[in-house]
Design a binder for this molecule. Structure first.
Ligand code: SF4
Length: 330
């Protein structure tokens, strides 16, 4: 606006039109004079991502979208409509450097970090879809797509603040969850953030020996260090801490893993989510019917607060990175 010789409040008008009004075209920002709308349209694109492909699960409970960035990188996000909630799962990076053994995004390697605008645009895309569908709204955002959010901490937090901004998108911080695979300095920084955001830790294994193989970052931040950071987080925030555990049949659901898991998680404010693995054509398999519930019951009896989270995305390659990987010929 300064470059165009316009007063600063014009920028705010554009920001509000994009984040609250959900417009995708400067021509629709009717609070601006026509000449300014045209000048902006010549210089900028209000949307940083282009939809390439969308897949909808049977009964419409999930919709996965593949976008491309302006420089041609694939980005995935998923909208899940479950239990009256409309949750968007966003990506924070193109690919991922962590390289978890069971994850399609890891196979892409890390291409680049996404900007906060590219993260927020994934949410705005689905917000527009829902808005056109009976004026429904996004209720939750989870940072659990491609990438490790704490490897791009500043952009992740900037995206959280943009989504939360009461003058912008206005989503309550309590409805935003950031998921890390256990980047200890990130957990400590996150504990000191003034916003009441939720934290989730993707665990996937309960012993260092197994976790070193499944989540290679465990060699840098082994379980004792991760759990020490988790304890500090809970002490500092008094907030509930979620642990995500993708169940890989015969690998991390063994009696020894369950016992080790219970020892780690039997604590106030800790809660475990068990998620059945979505097969990605790799070496791992999904638990068969009833197994994951039996694992839950066992953990419950051992004093762990635990639920089975049903992912509606299995039919649409909703595990993170699957669509992007296929597009890249992976
Ligand atoms: S599971 Fe998450 S942290 Fe691990 S490789 Fe995939 S995107 Fe990265």
């Amino acid at each position: 606006m300064a470059e165009l010789g316009e007063p600063p409040y014009r920028a705010r008008q554009v920001y509000e039109a994009l984040s609250r009004g959900l417009v995708t075209d400067f021509a629709a920002v009717t609070t601006l004079p026509l000449a300014l709308r045209q000048a902006l349209a010549e210089r900028l694109s209000p949307v940083s991502l282009t939809e390439v492909e969308a897949r909808v699960a049977p009964k419409g409970t999930a919709r996965k979208t593949l976008f491309t960035t302006a420089d041609g990188h694939p980005v995935e996000a998923v909208l899940m409509l479950v239990a009256g909630r409309a949750t968007v799962c966003v990506s924070t990076q193109v690919g991922c450097a962590v390289g978890c053994a069971f994850c399609a995004s890891g196979r892409l390697g890390l291409r680049r970090d996404l900007t906060a605008e590219e993260i927020v645009d994934q949410v705005l895309h689905f917000a527009r879809l829902l808005h056109g569908d009976g004026d429904r709204r996004i209720t939750n955002v989870v940072f659990m797509g491609m990438g490790e959010p704490f490897h791009t901490y500043d952009e992740t937090l900037r995206a959280c603040r943009l989504l939360n901004d009461p003058d912008g998108f206005g989503l309550a911080a309590r409805h935003i969850s950031v998921s890390t695979v256990g980047v200890v300095p990130g957990i400590d920084r996150f504990a000191a953030e003034p916003l009441q955001l939720n934290l989730a830790v993707s665990l996937h294994a309960a012993t260092d020996e197994l976790r070193d193989r499944l989540v290679p970052l465990n060699r840098t931040y082994p379980l004792d260090r991760v759990f020490a950071a988790c304890d500090r987080y809970v002490k500092a925030t008094r907030r509930k801490l979620l642990f995500e555990y993708v169940v890989l049949r015969g690998v991390n659901d063994t009696p020894a893993q369950i016992t080790a898991l219970a020892q780690r998680l039997r604590r106030p404010l800790y809660h475990l989510n068990l998620i059945a693995y979505n097969e990605t054509g790799g070496a791992f398999t999904r638990p068969v019917a009833g197994e994951i519930e039996a694992m839950r019951d066992r953990l419950e009896r051992m004093g762990v607060s635990v639920t089975v989270r049903h992912s509606p995305g299995g039919d649409i390659e909703a595990a993170c990175g699957q669509l992007a990987l296929r597009h890249e010929g992976g």
